[in-house]
Design a protein around this ligand. Sequence first.
Ligand SMILES: NC(=O)c1ccc[n+]([C@@H]2O[C@H](COP(=O)([O-])OP(=O)(O)OC[C@H]3O[C@@H](n4cnc5c(N)ncnc54)[C@H](O)[C@@H]3O)[C@@H](O)[C@H]2O)c1
Length: 350
Amino acid sequence: MKPLEYIIVGVGGWGGYWCREVLLPLAYSGKAVAVAAVDRDPEALKRSQEFLMLPSDRLYTDMASAFANHRADFAIVVVPPACHESVVDIALAHDLHILSEKPIADSMDACARIYHKVRSSGKKMMVTMSHRFDRDKQTLEALIKGGDYGPLNYVICRFTNNCRKFGSWGEFRHRIPDPLLIEGTVHHFDIFRSLCGADAQTVYAKTWNPTWGEFAGDSTAMITMEMTNGAKCFYEGAKANASTMNGWTQEYFRAECRDATLEMDRRRIRLLRSRDLGPETTDVELLQRPTWMNPWLAEQFCDWLNGGPEPATRLEDNIQCCALLFAAVESAHSGSPVDVQEYLRKSLGT
Ligand SMILES: NC(=O)c1ccc[n+]([C@@H]2O[C@H](COP(=O)([O-])OP(=O)(O)OC[C@H]3O[C@@H](n4cnc5c(N)ncnc54)[C@H](O)[C@@H]3O)[C@@H](O)[C@H]2O)c1
């Protein structure tokens, strides 16, 4: 089968990872190749060139020329969330499918507009919820859903980091409102959804920024959720702590099932059960497959465009993740719990 063709917008920070770790292997697998790349920063374009295997005349600093000059099957969006909608608009105007970084956009209004525009266009859109598709999280999900430990009662997550210095978590995150939730917790919200096998019903978020956190928005949060199937979740997230105990790819999750405690801590998963005294613990082997995170998600997207199965993080599902995210933002700002399903209905006007 002929490889699909794409235009990538944003090859800077995380886009650099995409070019090296995701798109080069995707080209070698024969699934998709670049026809053009766009970034405001010419230096970022130069750095991406060898991985995208593009000649210099296919590197653009303006989106309009790239999309006007090259036909493609899909667009890849790796610019900050506030710019996602402008890329979606130009991609749809040129009849392209969309593979976008999370979150769909930087506000629920923008997410809802994108949702309606994409659905009425008939094009396919998928969101790369990288961390949910990491090896440790997939193993934990499989253990819970395997059913050997009885029904799930509740899930706890700890995600704590020392990124308190301005710029240490990428400059734009230190300038935007609600950076922890929008740029960090969105991943953990989707992991809670997948572990629980349900969307969120209600969320209550308390967020703040300690005086030593060099952030314009809130960098720290304690959040409680109840899912539509009754499972409960609790989240501790912090970007301005004194230590990185459980940072990216090293998060702590604990799933309390009726017949076992399943603990994931820094990529190690243990099963705990007690009789009389302290718990008996058993280490669990992590699942194996050839790719995880974005390389796997990009393959899923290409297979979908070629008639394969719908991926879990297609737009129609991921809108639930963004509803949870922005309902949590609303809760943090209002100080009240928010009914996520009602919030989603209102946001979509349904
Ligand atoms: N899935 C993950 O684990 C993960 C990790 C990091 C970032 N991200 C996501 O990736 C996206 C980009 O984040 P980042 O960390 O790379 O940001 P960044 O600021 O480091 O880089 C963004 C790049 O986009 C370019 N850019 C910005 N606006 C543009 C525009 N309108 N047109 C062309 N180029 C433009 C910038 O020049 C820069 O090179 C965000 O949606 C973020 O949430 C996801």
